[in-house]
Design a protein around this ligand. Sequence first.
Ligand code: GDD
Length: 315
Amino acid sequence: MKALVTGISGFVGSHMAEYLLAKGIEVVGTIRQRSMKDHIAHIENDIKLVECELRDPISVEQLIDRERPELIFHLAAQSFVPTSWNSPIDTIHNNVAGQIHLFEAIRRFKLPTKVQIACSSEEYGQVEPSEVPIREDNPLRPLSPYAVSKVAQDYLGYQYFRSYGIHVIRTRTFNHTGPRRGEGFVTSNFAKQIAEIEKGLRPPVIHVGNLQAKRDFTDVRDIVHGYWLALERGTPGECYNLASGSCCTIEYMLQLLLTLTDIEVEIQEDPQRMRPSDVEILLGSSDKFHADTGWKPEIPFKQTMTDLLNYWRAK
Ligand code: GDD
């Protein structure tokens, strides 16, 4: 069986590739011209890398025609919320056009390909206290251009299933982290700062943004297992939350990281790290996904954060 992973050199893409290889699946992955290949250097000989700009319909059509994968894990995206405020159109274009081109190619060649699309809990946006844990039928009230791009991807998935019968599974994934998480994202950012303070590379001050936001974290290795199950057992056209079912403040996450180190630090708020509107709370119910696929996260949060901190210590 052949699987195509878009954005294979990214954080989730690299874990997805490892997971598929361990299952004996043939893996093809898309990268862009200037993609860094650090995350996949250790498996580069076991996978096929294809340079493909997903915003270019012709490249995507040629790729799909040539490879004709049975499975697609569509993970390529501009995934950092703050970037989406700096250049909203790039995020929208990147995330929406790339997916449309994939769908159009699958439609054109009438392929039976199963496609998982990486949607996001950010789509829920403004969540009322009475709405947690959030279920799939909660209203979507996106609070960032990134979130809007994910709503568009999500609804396009629904529409292509309804209009053309394409086997699309929409996974709405809550926050996920682990080794290789990009340094901009909060868990990785704080872990990297701690590792650098430990090495004496910076003064013992941790710069932070909004510590009161609450997030529901799952280990990326549990998430990629979920993506596999989504295509193996999920119902086409459906959307599924992937979440741990518990949440914590960002402050709690920082304190947890600080229990894993001996250094004493000062915590300093950085106004640059504040967002025009931040999602206050994301706490998801993955009961529906569990009922359809049997998935549940296995890796404890403390383990995830330990592995992430050790990743930065080894850099
Ligand atoms: N990045 C960052 N840096 N966030 C900070 C910081 C900081 O120094 N301090 C506090 N935060 C807060 C943010 O304001 C936000 O409330 C929370 O920490 C998490 O921020 P991120 O790690 O940047 O993730 P996110 O929640 O905005 O988005 C992530 O999760 C989504 C799923 O809910 C990303 O992985 C998205 O791609 C994903 O879709």
